[in-house]
Structure formats: C-alpha cells, structure tokens
Design a protein around this ligand. Structure first.
Ligand SMILES: C[S@@+](CC[C@H](N)C(=O)[O-])C[C@H]1O[C@@H](n2cnc3c(N)ncnc32)[C@H](O)[C@@H]1O
Ligand SMILES: O=c1cc(-c2ccc(O)cc2)oc2c(O)c(O)ccc12
Length: 352
C-alpha cells in the first residue's frame, strides 16, 4: 500500500533542526552502550572470523540469541557505521560485515580499542559523572572521590579486578600511540641505552618500544600494585614506587597519559625529579600526550579527555602548548621540540 507523505513547515527551520539535534545529547550515551553490548556479545570477533558476510540467522545461532533482538541491535549499529550490510558473494543473500570502525572493536586486534570502551562503560568510571556539577559549584570534592570515597589510584589499589580493566583500557591507546611514534619519528629512541616509562601501567608501551628498539633496556615504573600485576616482558624491568618520591635513573624518561592526570604543581615536582634522574648533558624527557588548542580536526578528542580528567583524576587537565611550555620552564628545562602525529598524540622531547 503506497502512503502519501506530506511535510508541513509550521516552525522555523533552525528550531526544527535544534529539536532534532538535541536528541544527540538526550540519548548520546546509546551508541556507547550498544557498542559495549556488541563487544560483550563478541560480534566483531565473530564477523572477523567468518570469511563471508553473515546472515542474521547464522550470527544469532553463533551468539546463541534470538534473531529479533539481534536484528534491532544490528540495525542501530549499521546506522552508526559500526557494521555494514553486504551481499554474500555470488548470491542475493544479504549479510552483516565489519567496517573500519568495528575492526577497532575486536577483542585482541593489534589496534583494538575494545578494552577502552569496556573500561569507560564500567559503573566505577560512570559513577563520577553524576558528581560533575557539584564539583563545578564548590570545587571541593573531586567527582571520583565523591563517588568512591578515594581517588582512582587508591581505588585500583584496593580493587585488583578494576585495576586490570583500567590497565587493559589504557594499553589500547598506548598501542596506537607507540605505533605512531615508532612509524613517524623512530629517531626519538636513537642512542638511548636505558629508558624509564614513568607511570607505564602494565608495561605495554615499553614492551612495544623495546621490541622495535632492542638496544634499549626498559624500566617500567609504576605504583607497586600495578607492576605486581604486570606481565614479565623480555628487555623490560618492572620497578614499583611513586614518582612523587623518586624516578629511577635512565638516559631518558618517558611519559604517556600521565602528566595530564595531575595539577601544574604536581607535574613540576615530577618533572624536577626526572631532571635529576637523567644525564644533564645528553638526557631528555619524552612526553607522548595531547596538545589541545591547535585547531585540528581531532580537537574534540582532547576536549572530551579533558572532561574525563575532571571526572576521574585529581585535578588533571589537557594542556595547550603554552601550558606544556610553562611546566617545562618551571621544572628547569631549557628547550623542547614537538612533533605532531597523525593520531591525536604529539611527541615532546624536553632537554635539561
Ligand atoms: C592514565 S594511566 C597511563 C598508563 C600508561 N602510561 C599508558 O599510556 O597506557 C596513568 C598511570 O600512572 C600511574 N600512577 C599513578 N600515580 C603514580 C605514582 N605516584 N607513581 C607512579 N605511577 C603512578 C597509574 O598507576 C597508571 O598506570
Ligand atoms: O578514562 C581515561 C581515558 C584516558 C585516555 C584515553 C585515551 C587517550 O588518548 C588519553 C587518555 O586517560 C585516563 C586517565 O589518564 C586517567 O587517569 C583516568 C582515566 C582515563
């Protein structure tokens, strides 16, 4: 039966547009929630392991679920380009297939971000968002502390299961960042005999760096409970301690997603400890992190992570180049260079 559709304009176009756009904010959490559901159901892995596009019936049977609920999940995710529909070759049968986005959501892929989706979706990481406005109003209790009665590091120390989820989530971004540094500016690691990754988490970044640059002896330095759970890795020594007490001596210190967790005062204290830990003539501090305010397409990533810093850290923040430069100067360093990568990361090399 053919329907006659009439569009009647009774409200101004910009109001009508706003009335549509506002839904991105009202239900903006739904893509994250449904992507999490797809990862938990292993849909990206199942499609990756299947040579041809998979029919609804085959996918439902592999997952062990009913077709009608799966159909609605897949329809939603196709709309968001997480999956696509494709003809099974030489037939008229339509099946589901991966897209560039869902290739990043398999559980063990080289560039997988699945563990970071799962981390951000845990009740532990979601609860502090409820405390944002209270923090903006009084600037007293930090959102994470208000939700959990301790800061993130105290929480991970007392909750090994969440600590594991946190380390795995951070390792996703570390893999992407390190691959970009090694590809674009491998000279950063030339001539280094030893390098300490300060706040190196489970040692993923250092493992990849040492694999690519086997002349480096890596020291993965993190809180004792974090290194105690880190896997043993050839060429990497795990050392437990706090960067507020000392930083192990090495030719260079490396920071990735660590300084953004802390205030300017804390960062200056940590960087001063690094200056003492490296040779004054040949040493350097290598920082792989975001630099915001550069008018780049991926500025929104930095701005979102800045909000994450409010929700999850002890007054951490994303920094502009001017703000990074201030830290280096105050910690007694004399010069730095900066290289931008294709990802949202930048590499800063800072010299005594
Ligand atoms: C956001 S994670 C980054 C992990 C890793 N660098 C990466 O890029 O995936 C911050 C790390 O800093 C560590 N950390 C927190 N406080 C620390 C301290 N006082 N001394 C050393 N490491 C610390 C945490 O345990 C965590 O592994
Ligand atoms: O939840 C996060 C996420 C990040 C993060 C992820 C990806 C990036 O490129 C940068 C940062 O970092 C965090 C962090 O440093 C932290 O202390 C707590 C939570 C998160």
């Amino acid at each position: 039966m053919a329907a006659e559709i009439q569009e009647k304009r009774v409200i101004p176009k910009e109001v009508a547009n706003a009335q549509q756009e506002i839904w991105k904010f009202i239900l903006g959490f739904t893509p994250t929630a449904v992507v999490k559901c797809a990862i938990e159901l292993r849909i990206p892995d199942i499609l990756e392991n299947h040579e041809t596009p998979m029919t609804l019936a085959d996918l439902a049977s592999e997952i062990g679920c009913n077709q009608s609920s799966l159909y609605r999940i897949m329809r939603f995710l196709i709309h968001y380009k997480i999956f696509q529909e494709k003809l099974v070759s030489e037939t008229s049968v339509v099946g589901y297939a991966l897209t560039p986005l869902s290739r990043l959501l398999t559980r063990h892929g080289e560039n997988s971000m699945a563990d970071l989706v799962l981390l951000e979706s845990t009740p532990v990481m979601l609860a502090p968002w409820q405390k944002l406005s209270a923090w903006v109003l009084d600037n007293k209790q930090l959102p994470f502390d208000a939700a959990h009665g301790t800061d993130l590091w105290g929480f991970t120390a007392g909750n090994p299961e969440h600590s594991k989820i946190f380390d795995a989530g951070m390792a996703c971004d570390a893999r992407v960042g390190v691959a970009a540094v090694i590809e674009v500016c491998p000279e950063v690691f030339e001539g280094l005999k030893t390098m300490v990754d300060v706040g190196g988490g489970d040692g993923t970044a250092l493992r990849l760096i040492v694999e690519a640059c086997p002349w480096i002896h890596g020291i993965n330095f993190d809180l004792p409970h974090v290194v105690a759970a880190a896997p043993a890795t050839r060429g990497v020594e795990h050392v437990g301690g706090s960067m507020f007490d000392y930083v192990p001596k090495a030719d260079a210190t490396y920071f990735m997603k660590v300084l953004h967790d802390w205030t300017d005062e804390d960062c200056i204290e940590i960087l001063k400890k690094c200056r003492e830990a490296i040779p004054q003539d040949t040493g350097k501090v290598i920082i792989v992190d975001n630099v915001i305010g550069q008018k780049e397409d991926h500025e929104y990533v930095g701005l979102m992570i800045d909000m994450v810093m409010i929700a999850h850290t002890t007054n951490g923040k994303e920094r502009t180049l001017k703000e990074w430069s201030y830290l280096f100067h105050e910690a007694g360093f004399t010069r730095y260079t900066i290289k931008r990568l294709q990802t949202y990361h930048s590499v800063m090399e800072v010299y005594p």
